[in-house]
Write a new protein. Sequence first.
Length: 178
Amino acid sequence: WWKMAAFDFIDGRNNDMFELRKLFLTKKKLNLGSNSDIRPDYINVDILDIEGLDIRCDLKDLHKYIPVDSMEELLAYDLLEHFPFAETKQLLTEWISWVAPEGKIIIRTPDLQRLSDSLLNNKLPLWEMQRLVYGGEDYEFNFHKAGFTSEYLEGLLIGLGCSQILQVVKEQESFNCT
């Protein structure tokens, strides 16, 4: 599965396959769409040129390089909604395949049910609802193309092979489903 990578290693590394292989052998946690949330124990991946990033690439190409069942944890905060809804099942299927059987996937995305309830109960201004539903729209990759509720996301994950959902966290001060 080690094919030549088209990754751009931001932190001074070159496109050496040895470096890519070493990265996947030494770190077993993925932080997909990390943006500036760089985590030292994770392989931080984003399409943007960000300081401290491990791998810069389009996440749609990452499946070519990650072995099945090789990761202990996959973190995708505020990412899934940036892909077209029609690609959701394919993306989740790939992500699930990368995680070892006892591993975990943590996904956070805006929760349309919570947003709607909050707007109707005057707990959320319309401008904030629009930002959370459509994205910040301040650069090319900051547009939302899909929406979820906690229940729908949980159903998708179970339907695609997650053996159990330990918890769906509803953050008190946010309108995300995790």
